[in-house]
Design a protein around this ligand. Structure first.
Ligand code: SF4
Ligand code: F3S
Length: 106
């Protein structure tokens, strides 16, 4: 499956959800995750993310391995999102900021 990683936190552009053929994106307060049990590896979402936060599970950036388990866990707790919504007003300021995991809201 594909995995949403750290740079989505507080960016949350949601372009990704529109292209998913199996509607497996789940939305939290300031982050999205992919349900690994539903993702069919179609690859369509990866280029849609303006901040390049989506990676194949076996190719997540170094240091972000925890996001594999986090996507699986949070997908069970959060509702599905299928329609794009406006990102946070300050999304641009958070693109590429390090250590955003501690800012994840559940
Ligand atoms: Fe959905 Fe395809 Fe992305 Fe998996 S790879 S989350 S099926 S758009
Ligand atoms: Fe996040 Fe990128 Fe989707 S910022 S909500 S993974 S388009």
């Amino acid at each position: 499956p594909f995995v949403v990683t750290e740079n989505c936190i507080k960016c949350k552009h949601t372009d990704c959800v529109e292209v998913c053929p199996v509607d497996c994106f789940h939305e939290g307060p300031n982050f999205l995750v992919i349900d690994p049990d539903e993702c069919i590896d179609c690859t369509l979402c990866e280029p849609e993310c303006p901040v390049n936060a989506i990676f194949p599970e076996d190719d997540v950036p170094a240091g972000q391995e925890a996001f594999v388990a986090l996507n699986a866990e949070l997908a069970k707790a959060w509702p599905v999102l299928t329609v794009r919504k406006d990102p946070p007003a300050d999304a641009g300021e958070w693109d590429g900021k390090p250590d955003k995991l501690k800012l994840l809201e559940r």
